[in-house]
Design a binder for this molecule. Structure first.
Ligand SMILES: [Zn+2]
Length: 428
């Protein structure tokens, strides 16, 4: 069997929502926000307390920008809240009988699932990733305790896919399933997809001829672009990423253009300064803060702890929503340099293109009241510093939006396993 080379990614799942004008989207968000805030205030003891502690009342929040008046509910505080008032810390805004399942993620953190089909709003994300009704899909996220398996299951069922709930592990059995059932779609982590393909080749199979895999939807960790390209070239497999979290389901998803993750239309996403809660400008990295309109578990101004940035450049797919450029890491690992939040993974990204750089470290110092960013690098022997240093400086400016002093240091200066960003600023 040869994998079909067909375009499964054209069109929209829900044009009414996905192709809204900016004005229409603003009005839609405001209308749903007002209803969600009123409902949460009336039914969630925790939310009522937060509103009152902020000296607000529900009618004070009528537009998206009014959300700035409400403190961010940090995901990291949920385990403690839930412990104090089990099972959901007073955040549930409906009787417990409205919950169909309760999950547990590390924390421990309990997540409720409602009773309606595709409770996590995932179908459109799979559609954008090329999944279609009738496709056989193998889901390799866990189906017990943590919600990953069921979150995907709900979306795929709503789309009309035929699901094989394979769960995690059992590599050899899973590879056989892919072949025997002629599975077209894979759902899971990029790492496990790679493990399955490697296993198939070890078993002497030709992945293109012996398997029918055409589309894959990965989440859990950001995928390397090189892997996406390799899978497309070598195996004719289209991989798209989904950003979903257990507390509130779908947040963002890639379309066929794969140039960032479209923000789901039925929620409000803001990028904020993780310390002050102030909303940041388009393009600036900060914490992803989400408000969902869910009457069961209304997470309003929910700080995910994830670091990302938004682009509003138009996308060729026809969807008009803004896009998350990528998930850069966790906000508790960032250092603020010259007003920008920088994650160690972004430093890795700067250096990734320069194989001549053996070790590297960013040191942040204070000069007067200004931040100075020194980028220390150790070079392979015989490498001329120029034009490498100029290129590295440009790349830093490009990716971090900060001008750095690049300093070449002798081999052995940077200790093995040293922190990628060393903050030497002292304000006392
Ligand atoms: Zn798009």
């Amino acid at each position: 069997m040869v994998a079909e080379a067909i375009d499964r990614s054209a069109g929209l799942y829900d044009p009414e929502l996905e192709a809204m004008s900016a004005d229409r989207r603003r009005a839609y968000h405001a209308e749903r926000l007002r209803a969600a805030v009123k409902h949460a205030y009336d039914h969630s003891p925790h939310f009522r307390r937060r509103i009152e502690d902020a000296d607000l009342n529900p009618v004070a929040i009528t537009q998206v920008h009014d959300l700035a008046r409400l403190p961010v509910l940090k995901k990291s505080t949920l385990p403690q809240l839930q412990k104090q008032a089990p099972p959901f810390g007073g955040l549930l805004a409906a009787p417990l009988s409205e919950v169909s399942r309760i999950y547990q993620s590390p924390g421990p953190l309990h997540e409720p699932e409602g009773r309606e089909p595709d409770y996590w709003r995932m179908a459109r994300a799979f559609y954008a990733g090329g999944f279609r009704a009738g496709d056989l899909v193998q889901v390799t996220f866990a189906y017990h305790l943590s919600p990953g398996g069921w979150i995907c299951d709900g979306g795929l069922r709503a789309l009309g896919c035929v699901i094989v709930p394979a769960g995690v592990g059992n590599t050899e059995l899973q590879v056989e399933l892919l072949r025997d059932l002629r599975i077209a779609g894979y759902v899971g982590t990029a790492a496990f997809l790679s493990t399955l393909i490697t296993k198939a080749e070890e078993m002497g199979w030709d992945v293109v001829k012996d398997l029918c895999l055409r589309v894959a939807s990965v989440s859990g960790a950001m995928m390397a672009e090189s892997m996406r390209q390799m899978m497309a070239d070598r195996y004719r497999l289209m991989i798209r990423q989904i950003y979903a979290i257990g507390d509130l389901g779908l947040v963002g998803y890639e379309c066929q253009k794969a140039s960032g993750m479209h923000i789901a239309d039925d929620l409000i996403l803001q990028i904020v300064d993780p310390r002050s809660g102030r909303e940041l400008a388009v393009g600036e990295p900060g914490e992803v803060v989400v408000t969902v309109f869910d009457p069961l578990y209304p997470l309003i101004r929910f700080g995910t702890g994830d670091l990302s940035a938004v682009t509003t450049d138009p996308c060729g797919c026809g969807r008009t929503s803004a896009r998350l450029t990528r998930i850069m890491g966790r906000v508790d690992e960032v250092t603020k340099i010259k007003g920008m939040f920088v994650h160690p993974r972004q430093v890795d990204e700067v250096v990734a293109a320069f194989s001549e750089v053996l070790r590297y470290q960013v040191i942040v110092r204070l000069k007067g009241h200004d931040d100075q960013m020194a980028f220390l690098i150790e070079l392979a022997s015989g490498v001329e510093p120029e034009p490498l240093l100029t290129k590295l400086r440009d790349k830093t400016k490009d990716l971090l939006q900060i001008t750095a002093n690049i300093e070449v240091v002798p081999p052995g200066t940077i200790a093995e396993g040293a922190k990628k960003i060393l903050d030497e600023r002292r304000w006392d």
